[in-house]
Unconditional design. Structure first.
Length: 750
C-alpha cells in the first residue's frame, strides 16, 4: 500500500552518545560481509584488539582503517604480521566495525601508517614475545633461546620447533608485556615492511567478487532515491507525491526534514521515494512535484563570488606569517613581480557514488556503507535516531573511491532515518547527479602574490595573500577565515629561503557545503606558490630548476615557531617531522634527473617542474607536454619523486602517486564547478569531466629510500602536478596559466 510519511524535525534531531563494542558474525546478503571481533573462542590467543590466533595456527588481524584503493587494509596488518613473525599466507584480515577502542578510524589526512605504524609493531612484537615465552615454559628452557620464525618458535640450541597453534593456550595465560619491554625487530630482519605485497582483496576485486557498499543486499530491503533542495540551505515547503506513487514499484514517499545551515554531517533533507528496486525509486522521484523554499543562498553566483574573492586578495588581510620588512623590500626593489591565481570548486566524483544500507529494529541500528569514518558515522546515526551510540553498528565495506567525500556520513544517516520510518532495511543510492550537485566541495580560492627581485634576480621579499571559504564553515556559523591547519597547507609553511616574508588571509563567507578533498588546501596553494616560483625564474632569466635551488637554499630545518606561526604540522610534532629543506631539494633533483630535465624537445613541447611538502612528505613532479597548434594538450610523461620516510608497501605507494598524477591532471584541465542562482550547474561527467585514457601519461614514480618516520602517501602526490603542468605549458608556448582549469584556446599558436 502506498503512503506518504512526514516525520517531525524532533524525530530527526534527537541525540545521545555512548561507547560501544563490536558484534561478531556474518550478515546475510547477496555477498557476505565479515565483521570483526576482538576475540573468538576461549581457546584463542587474543593479546590485543588487533590480533587473534587459534589452535590451528590461523592468524586473524583486524584492519581498522577503510580500504579505498590505498592498500591500508593490507599495509597495517602486514606491519603487525612482520613483528609477529607470521606466515603471511596464514593470515586472515578482517575489517573492523566502528569502535573507539581501535583509536582513530577516520581514514583521511594520510595519517594511517604514521599514526599506527608503531602501535601495530608493538602489537605484533608483544604477541611474538608471548609465544616465545610460552615455548620456553613448555620446553623448560630460557626464553632467550627461543625465537619466532615464520609461524613457528624455534629453540636455537636443540632445533626443536612448535607452531603458533600449539602455543596459543599457554601464551594466553601469560601477561602482556608492557611497551618498555618489547623487542622490536631490526630493519634487517623485516620480511614484509618495505617489500611489495599484493593487497588482500586483490583476487576478489579482479574477479568481480569484492563487496562494495553498493553490493549490499539484505532480506526484505527497500530502495530509496532522494530529491534534495537544489540550493544549499533550502527546504521543501510542500510537495505532491500523487504521480510518484503511481509509478510501478513505488511504495511510499517520506520527507526528510532539512538541517539548518551549517549542516555539518547531518542530512540535507528532502523527499525520499521508497520502492522495491532502485529504478522504480528513481522514476518515482522524477514524478515528484516540490515547492522549494530556496533559503539564504538562492541568489548565490560563483562568478560574482570569484570576483569578490579576487578583490579581497588584493587587500591586506590577517597576517598569519611575518618575517622581516616586506613592504620596505618591495618598495626598494629594482624589480617587482605580481601575479593572481584562481582555483575553482571541485567535486569528489568517486567511481562509487555515496550509498548506504541501514536496518533499524527497535532502538538498534546496523548500517553497511563505504565509509572512511565509521566512528563519525556511528555518532551521526545515533544523533539522527536519538539512540545511544552503543546501539549503532557501522559495517565498513570496500570503498569504490573516497577522496575525502566518504568521511562525511550524511548519506548513512539518510538510510538510517528512512529505515526507522518504514520499519524495514533501506538502501539509499545517490545518483551521479546527486553526488555532483550536493557534494562537500573542494573550496574555491583566489590568491595574490608579490615578490621583490634584486639586480641578480634573487627574491628578497615574498607576499602571499590567500582567500577561500573554510571547511569549518560547514560545521560552525560565522566562519570567515581559514584555520591554522588550512593555512599550513602551502602558505605559512612556504619553505623558501627569503629574508622578508608576509602571508595573509582574507575573509570569505561560504555558500555551499565545503569539505575535505584529496590534498585539501595544498591544491590551490601549491598551484600558486609553485607557479609563482616559475614566474620568478622566467623574470630572472634562470632555468627553473636552478632558480628553485636558489629559493630553497641550503639544507636546514625551518623554525616556524621562531616566527610566531601557528602551524599544526598535520597533527605531528615538528621535532619528529621537521620541515627539512634538504629532503625537499633531494626529491627536486631526483625528479629532474630521472625526467631528462634540460634535454632538447620539439617545438611547442616543454617540461615543467614543481616541488611541495604536504602531509609530512616531500614530492617533486616534472610534467612533459606537447601542445598542438589548436591548443590541444598531450602529456607523454610525468616523473614524480617522493620522500615519505619509511615506506611499508612500495607497490601501493607507486600506485597512489600514479593515481595522484591523473587526479592532478584532472583538476588542472577539467575540474570546474559553477553555481548560478544557488544551483550547481554541472550534473555528470559530460559537463564535469575527469581525465580519461587519452590524456593519461606514462608516469614514473621514484621513491627515496629513507629510514625517517613514515609520512603520508595518499594525498601529497596531487599538489605539485597542476603547477608542473602549467609551468610546462609556459615552457612549450610562452603562455602563462594562472587560473584553472586550463583554457586550451589560450594556447593556440598565433
Amino acid at each position: 500500500m502506498s503512503a506518504i510519511v512526514k516525520p517531525s524535525r524532533r524525530d530527526l534531531l534527537r541525540g545521545a552518545a555512548a561507547l560501544s563494542g563490536l558484534v561478531l558474525g556474518f550478515h546475510v546478503g547477496v555477498r557476505r560481509f565479515p565483521v570483526a571481533a576482538s576475540a573468538a573462542s576461549n581457546d584463542n590467543f587474543v593479546p590485543n584488539v588487533w590480533l587473534a590466533i587459534d589452535e590451528t595456527g590461523g592468524v586473524t588481524i583486524i584492519a581498522h582503517r577503510s580500504e579505498m584503493g590505498t592498500g591500508i587494509k593490507t599495509g597495517l596488518p602486514a606491519v603487525l604480521a612482520d613483528e609477529l613473525e607470521a606466515d603471511w599466507t596464514r593470515v586472515k584480515v578482517v575489517q573492523a566495525t566502528g569502535d573507539a577502542k581501535y583509536g582513530d578510524q577516520n581514514t583521511d589526512g594520510s595519517r594511517s601508517v604514521r599514526q599506527f605504524y608503531l602501535p601495530m609493531r608493538q602489537a605484533g612484537a608483544a604477541a611474538r614475545q608471548m609465544l616465545e615465552a610460552a615455548a620456553a615454559r613448555l620446553w623448560q628452557v630460557p626464553v632467550a633461546e627461543c625465537h619466532a620464525r615464520n609461524h613457528v618458535v624455534v629453540h636455537a640450541p636443540s632445533g626443536r620447533q612448535l607452531g603458533f597453534g600449539a602455543l596459543v593456550e599457554t601464551a594466553a595465560s601469560l601477561p602482556v608485556p608492557p611497551p618498555s619491554e618489547l623487542r622490536l625487530k631490526p630493519a634487517s630482519a623485516r620480511r614484509y615492511i618495505g617489500h611489495s605485497l599484493p593487497i588482500v582483496d586483490l583476487n576478489d576485486i579482479v574477479r568481480g567478487a569484492a563487496s562494495y557498499g553498493i553490493d549490499t543486499v539484505l532480506p526484505e530491503m527497500k530502495y530509496a532515491s532522494i530529491e534534495r533542495c537544489p540550493v544549499y540551505g533550502g527546504r521543501a515547503r510542500s510537495y505532491d507525491a500523487a504521480a510518484a506513487l503511481k509509478v510501478r514499484g513505488v511504495e511510499r514517499v517520506i520527507e526528510i526534514p532539512a538541517t539548518p545551515i551549517p549542516s555539518g554531517f547531518e542530512p540535507l533533507g528532502g523527499v525520499a521515494v521508497i520502492a522495491g528496486n532502485t529504478w522504480s525509486a528513481q522514476q518515482g522521484r522524477n514524478q515528484l512535484k516540490i515547492d522549494w523554499d530556496l533559503g539564504p543562498n538562492r541568489s548565490y553566483d560563483s562568478d560574482a563570488y570569484r570576483a569578490q574573492l579576487e578583490q579581497t586578495a588584493k587587500q591586506p588581510g590577517h597576517v598569519v606569517r611575518q618575517k622581516g620588512d616586506v613592504d620596505g623590500a618591495l618598495a626598494a626593489a629594482p624589480r617587482r613581480i605580481a601575479a593572481d591565481y584562481f582555483v575553482p570548486y571541485y567535486a569528489h566524483s568517486p567511481m562509487e557514488v555515496p550509498v548506504a544500507v541501514a536496518r533499524v529494529v527497535g532502538d538498534r541500528c546496523e548500517c553497511w556503507a563505504p565509509t572512511q569514518n565509521p566512528q563519525g558515522a556511528r555518532s551521526i546515526v545515533a544523533k539522527v535516531l536519538g539512540i545511544p551510540e552503543a546501539n549503532v553498528t557501522i559495517n565498513v565495506t570496500l570503498l569504490g573511491g573516497g577522496f575525502g567525500r566518504k568521511s562525511k556520513p550524511d548519506f548513512i544517516a539518510e538510510a538510517a532515518f528512512l529505515s526507522r520510518a518504514i520499519g524495514a532495511p533501506v538502501k539509499v543510492t545517490w545518483t551521479r547527479e546527486d553526488e555532483i550537485r550536493h557534494d562537500y566541495y573542494h573550496a574555491i580560492s583566489a590568491q595574490h602574490l608579490e615578490a621583490a627581485l634584486d639586480p641578480n634576480g634573487r627574491a628578497t621579499a615574498w607576499l602571499h595573500r590567500t582567500v577561500f571559504p573554510s571547511i569549518q564553515s560547514t560545521f560552525a556559523p560565522n566562519v570567515l577565515y581559514g584555520a591554522p591547519g588550512e593555512l599550513g597547507q602551502g602558505v605559512t609553511d612556504m619553505p623558501y629561503d627569503i629574508a622578508n616574508i608576509r602571508c595573509e588571509n582574507g575573509p570569505a563567507a561560504n555558500h555551499v557545503r565545503i569539505g575535505w578533498y584529496r590534498s585539501v588546501y595544498n591544491i590551490p596553494h601549491a598551484f600558486a606558490v609553485c607557479s609563482f616560483a616559475d614566474e620568478l625564474a622566467a623574470a630572472a632569466g634562470v632555468d627553473p630548476l636552478l632558480y628553485l635551488h636558489e629559493l630553497i637554499g641550503l639544507p636546514r630545518l625551518i623554525d616556524l615557531k621562531a616566527e610566531g606561526v601557528d602551524y599544526p604540522n598535520y597533527g605531528a610534532s615538528l621535532e619528529t617531522y621537521p620541515i627539512d629543506t634538504g629532503r625537499l631539494r633531494r626529491v627536486l633533483d631526483l625528479a629532474a634527473e630521472r625526467s631528462g630535465w634540460g634535454g632538447k624537445l620539439p617545438a611547442r613541447a616543454g617540461r615543467g617542474i614543481a616541488v611541495h611538502r604536504s602531509f609530512l612528505t616531500y614530492v617533486a613532479a616534472v610534467v612533459q607536454v606537447a601542445v598542438a597548434a589548436d591548443g590541444t594538450i598531450a602529456i607523454p610523461r610525468v616523473d614524480v619523486a617522493l620522500d615519505a620516510g619509511l615506506v611499508v608497501n612500495p607497490d601501493r605507494v607507486r600506485a597512489q602517486f600514479e593515481g595522484a598524477a591523473i587526479m592532478g591532471i584532472s583538476n588542472a584541465l577539467y575540474g570546474n564547478l559553477t553555481v548560478r542562482k544557488g544551483r550547481v550547474e554541472q550534473s555528470n561527467f559530460p559537463d564535469c569531466p575527469v581525465a580519461r585514457i587519452d590524456i593519461a601519461p606514462v608516469t614514473h614514480v621514484h621513491i627515496v629510500d629513507s629510514d625517517a618516520p613514515p609520512a603520508g602517501v595518499g594525498e601529497p602526490g596531487v599538489p605539485p602536478i597542476a603547477p608542473a603542468l602549467c609551468n610546462a605549458l609556459f615552457a612549450a608556448t610562452g603562455k602563462r596559466i594562472r587560473a584553472l582549469p586550463v583554457d586550451p584556446t589560450q594556447l593556440k599558436s598565433v
